[in-house]
Design a protein around this ligand. Structure first.
Ligand code: VGL
Ligand code: ZN
Length: 199
């Protein structure tokens, strides 16, 4: 039978106010996300999970500052403040998130030399996380996405989900964005054009 899954992207302390890479009003969506979780037949969470000294951290690149872009062997990479370090409180899920019913937690960004925005592929757009195979094996054909940040991890996950053949929607009320140089409008447009339903 065709099944539906909710994928909750990176609802972690570091992306909420007070965190290392805080998304404006990121914590506001917690109750909305909790409602989606309650209604969802299957729930998957992603967790940004970087080793200390991850190559996406500006601190690893002398003379570089957070939010600058550098060229990595796999393409452009935005540099970030140190965030979601494995085992740190910042990497924990927001304390208000009701994640008990989640069936899978996908960790990503755990290889030092490559970042991973998408729940499906690392930033080389080639190395899979295994999520597409997991969903297919379980007969899941459509996915709804929510979480942080709209214009990075949510958007890249949604683009990969449609490309992998899943019927894909993003619940904007349950997302908040970083909006770097107009990235929120640009990524929303890209998602629409790729066939992601924006609801
Ligand atoms: C994210 C930047 C760096 C995200 C993760 O969850 O959107 N953004 N790591
Ligand atoms: Zn990250």
């Amino acid at each position: 039978m065709a099944e539906d899954a909710l994928i909750v992207i990176d609802m972690q302390n570091d992306f909420c106010p007070g965190g290392a890479l805080a998304v404006d009003n990121g914590d506001e969506i917690v109750p909305v996300v909790n409602r989606l979780i309650e209604q969802a037949p299957h729930v998957v969470l992603t967790q940004d999970w970087h080793p200390p000294g991850h190559s996406s951290f500006a601190s690893r690149h002398p003379g570089r500052a957070p939010f600058e872009t550098i060229i990595m062997p796999y393409g452009d990479q935005t540099l970030w403040p140190d965030h979601c370090v494995q085992g740190s409180a910042g990497a924990d899920f927001h304390p208000g998130l009701r994640w008990i019913s989640a069936e899978l937690i996908v960790r990503k960004g755990f290889r030092t030399e490559i970042d991973s925005y998408s729940a499906f592929f690392e930033n080389d757009h080639k190395t899979p996380t295994g999520l597409a195979g997991y969903l297919r094996e379980r007969g899941i054909t459509s996915v709804r996405l929510c979480g942080l940040a709209t214009d990075f991890c949510v958007a890249f996950s949604a683009l990969d989900a449609v490309a992998q053949g899943f019927s894909t929607s993003v619940v904007l009320d349950a997302c908040r964005g970083i909006d770097l140089n107009g990235s929120l409008a640009a990524m929303t447009k890209r998602m629409r054009e790729a066939g992601v339903q924006i609801v």
